[in-house]
Design a protein around this ligand. Structure first.
Ligand SMILES: Nc1ncnc2c1ncn2[C@@H]1O[C@H](COP(=O)(O)OP(=O)(O)O)[C@@H](O)[C@H]1O
Ligand SMILES: [Mg+2]
Length: 466
């Protein structure tokens, strides 16, 4: 099995920061670069045009032409730099003047007509030499006696190319620096931002069974973490409750098991101290069996409570006829009720939305109690009343009134009104807690009332879809 790969959020965000910074800076730089390039080209072109314009004006003067012929070196220096080219020629003849210090091949360019005002669009841009662009403009002039002349001026844009190259380098350097700075800043920020999370993790790590009541501290936590802290604390709350319940159950169970086991042990030890008659052994074994049966029943009940799976219980609910179910229970308990001199009666109808086995178990527990604790020669009444919300079932018997202080605790595990019944093989105080669990599984209610010798247990099963 391969180990899952955990990406570092901090690293990821830092890299994203870096990338964004680089892209942003580079985009901005390229946009500015384009603008600068356009501007520089325009200026260079304008300079070329103005030179040609000047020459056009000068050459209209025949003195200038004489000067060119006699002192061409004056013009050699006029251009001021070695990248500029100037040619003044009658078309088809050797130029009157050619300044071309670097010896660039002069391409033939269509000259702008006489009298036509030169504009930026008249400048032609050529690939030039070694990637350095070459701009050129040519114009025709009429210089009287010499006839038609063509002035051509061009320039190799070395300086501009260098400036732009420098600029480009700066842009990428700056974008790179920005990326590094933002990556570092992002890393530190995220690292710092996650500090509360690490603090919480440390705190959570320290929470165990011994300090389940502790809660994560939301005081200094950022707002974004509050839902997580809340959820975690609620989870701790639930775990705490469950854990208390569980330890309560095991304490109760140990407590409940102690008495019968001590009794078994004591009686058996005493019996073993000297020889006994077979009758005495028989008596002891019979008594032990009774105690062991009680223990077995108790364990069955505990297992029932532990095993019942809420989800499957809920999904196995069915619409059951209340009349049928009460009838069935009444039939089943007719014998035991008769033994206790009680009459059992079922009445009412409706539909019970319940898991059948659990429903029968709940009713059986109530009936067993009613027979166990009811007065002889009395009636045990099972009744169903249907409403729109669900069905109410009641189990009513006559007998000793249960004192009010016991009523709220009857459904607790191992709770018995008369603790002296503890030793009875038929009482373990789990019957009603099973009823309570079953009703909770069905999202129903349960209650008990006891007044003037009438004890009534009521169950409510909500209707389907309620
Ligand atoms: N119908 C009843 N009349 C009087 N007391 C009852 C009745 N049902 C239950 N009780 C009281 O509630 C206690 C708990 O009942 P239950 O949980 O069924 O345990 P158990 O029946 O094993 O004692 C009983 O010990 C008894 O004191
Ligand atoms: Mg009982």
């Amino acid at each position: 099995m391969s180990k899952p790969i955990h990406h570092s959020l901090t690293l990821k965000l830092a890299l994203i920061f870096a990338l964004l910074a680089f892209v942003l800076m580079a985009t901005l730089g390229v946009a500015l670069y384009r603008e600068l390039e356009r501007e520089l080209i325009m200026r260079d072109d304008a300079a070329l045009i103005s030179r040609v314009d000047q020459l056009r004006n000068l050459l209209n003067d025949s003195n200038t032409l004489d000067l060119i012929k006699t002192k061409p070196e004056l013009f050699q220096n006029m251009l001021g730099n070695r990248e500029s080219i100037l040619s003044i020629a009658t078309p088809g003849q050797t130029p009157l003047l050619l300044v071309n210090p670097t010896g660039i091949d002069l391409p033939s360019v269509q000259p702008v007509r006489k009298g036509h005002i030169l504009s930026l669009s008249d400048v032609q841009h050529l690939p030039g030499v070694n990637g350095v662009p070459f701009a050129i403009v040519a114009a025709s002039i009429d210089s009287g006696d010499l006839g038609s002349l063509q002035v051509t001026s061009g320039r190799l844009m070395t300086e501009r190319t260098a400036v732009l190259a420098n600029y480009r380098l700066s842009v990428y350097l700056l974008a790179g620096v920005a990326a590094v700075v933002l990556a570092l800043a992002g890393y530190l920020l995220v690292h710092r931002g996650l500090l509360p999370l690490r603090r919480l993790a440390r705190h959570a790590q320290g929470i165990g069974v011994s300090n389940l009541t502790e809660r994560l501290d939301s005081d200094r936590a950022p707002k974004e973490l509050l839902p997580m802290i809340d959820a975690f604390n609620t989870m701790l709350e639930r775990l705490g409750k469950g854990f208390t319940q569980l330890s309560q159950v095991s304490t109760d169970m140990a407590h409940e098991l102690r008495t019968p086991i001590n009794n078994l042990l004591g009686e058996t030890q005493v019996a073993l101290q000297q020889d006994r008659s077979p009758e005495a052994y028989q008596h002891l074994l019979a008594s032990n069996v009774e105690e062991l049966e009680r223990l077995a029943r108790m364990l069955d009940n505990m297992l029932f409570l532990a095993r019942t799976d809420p989800a499957s219980a809920l999904s196995q609910r069915q619409a059951l006829s209340a009349a049928d179910e009460l009838e069935r229970i009444a039939d089943y308990f007719e014998g035991p009720a008769g033994d206790a001199d009680m009459r059992i009666q079922a009445q009412g109808e409706g539909v019970i939305w319940a898991e059948p086995i659990l429903l029968r178990r709940a009713l059986a527990n109530l009936c067993a109690n009613a027979i166990k604790y009811g007065a002889p020669d009395s009636e045990l009444l099972l009744e169903a009343v249907a409403t729109a919300e669900g069905t109410h079932l009641t189990v009513t018997n006559r007998g000793d009134t249960i004192a009010a202080e016991h009523l709220p605790r009857l459904f607790e595990r191992f709770y018995r009104v008369d603790q002296s019944r503890e030793r009875s093989a038929h009482s373990n105080g789990l019957g009603l807690s099973i009823v309570a669990t079953i009703m909770q599984l069905h999202n129903g209610h349960y209650s008990v009332s006891s007044d003037e010798g009438v004890t009534r247990f009521a169950l409510f099963f909500p209707a389907r879809g309620v």
